[in-house]
Ligand binder design. Structure first.
Ligand SMILES: *[C@@H]1O[C@H](CO)[C@@H](O)[C@H](O)[C@H]1NC(C)=O
Length: 258
């Protein structure tokens, strides 16, 4: 049936929890700086070298909930409206217990909601650690609501046909290193060397880094403030507070978490 299959529309946006806030930024910046100084100087196992460009700029850190093709203005508008229509308070309350009935009107709204806060711990990769190209830190939420909350959000965007169902369980991860950004010619205007020239992908042995960073805390108990729809492709811009050059994703729409 692949003959009749429509070509996939390009992915343009993603639904996410941004991790960088005024409160979290200094902490994230410090731990990421320490991490990159460490792995760039001591290097991974063997002869592999990690390119500096692979380390993600602090302001790009986020947890992806779903990716979307919103090239058509009408569909983009529908996604933004859908984000604004979701009752995040209800989802957060529903998260620790059973799957909620989203249409049900609660008889009693508890007065207070514990804000969603999370830590980022350890370093992992979704590929075989001996030939990794991505490293991420794992979000840990002591109230255990994060995974279910994000799954409910994703389901709700899937039901609207906005997020594609790839049939895989949601793996929440904060990417801190991705060699794709080092192999793009635009990034440093040079062709990657060594392994990358042959495979088109820079990989390295991450086993030692992963074991050394087990339990390392990149971020401690930081409040998640927003759910956002961002445009793919981080942009260079100027930080309004400090006037320094930064790189981040453009937030197209964001809604506040209670
Ligand atoms: C690595 O970067 C590429 C290019 O932006 C992206 O398509 C891919 O999803 C990234 N992988 C992860 C796990 O962040």
């Amino acid at each position: 049936m692949s003959r009749t299959k429509q070509p996939r529309a390009p992915l343009t946006h993603f639904l996410c929890l941004p991790l960088v806030t005024l409160e979290s930024r200094p902490q994230l910046q410090a731990s990421l700086q320490q991490f990159s100084a460490d792995i760039l100087t001591s290097g991974p196992d063997g002869q592999d070298v990690i390119p500096e460009k692979a380390i993600r700029p602090v302001d790009t850190l986020h947890l992806t909930i779903g990716v979307m093709s919103l090239g058509e203005p009408e569909k983009l508008e529908r996604a933004l409206r859908h984000l604004e229509s979701i009752d995040l308070r209800n989802l957060l309350q529903a998260a620790p217990t059973a799957k909620p009935d989203l249409d049900a009107v609660p008889f009693q709204v508890p007065a207070e909601i514990v804000p969603l806060a999370l830590s980022l711990e350890s370093v992992a990769t979704m590929h075989p650690p001996a030939s990794a190209s991505v490293l991420y830190s794992t979000p840990v939420d002591t109230t255990n609501r994060l995974g279910f909350f994000c799954q409910l959000l994703r389901d709700s965007f899937q039901k609207e046909g906005l997020v594609e169902d790839d049939g895989r369980p949601l793996l929440l991860h904060a990417t801190i290193l991705n060699t794709t950004y080092a192999s793009e010619r635009g990034a440093n205007n040079r062709k990657p060397k060594g392994k990358a020239r042959r495979t088109g992908k820079i990989t390295f042995d991450a086993r030692e880094i992963i074991s050394r960073y087990e339990g390392f805390v990149f971020l401690k108990d930081s409040r998640i403030e927003n759910v956002a729809i961002c445009r793919m492709g981080a942009k260079r811009t100027v930080d309004e507070e400090t006037g320094s050059a930064i790189e981040k994703y453009e937030v197209v729409r964001e809604v506040s978490l209670p």
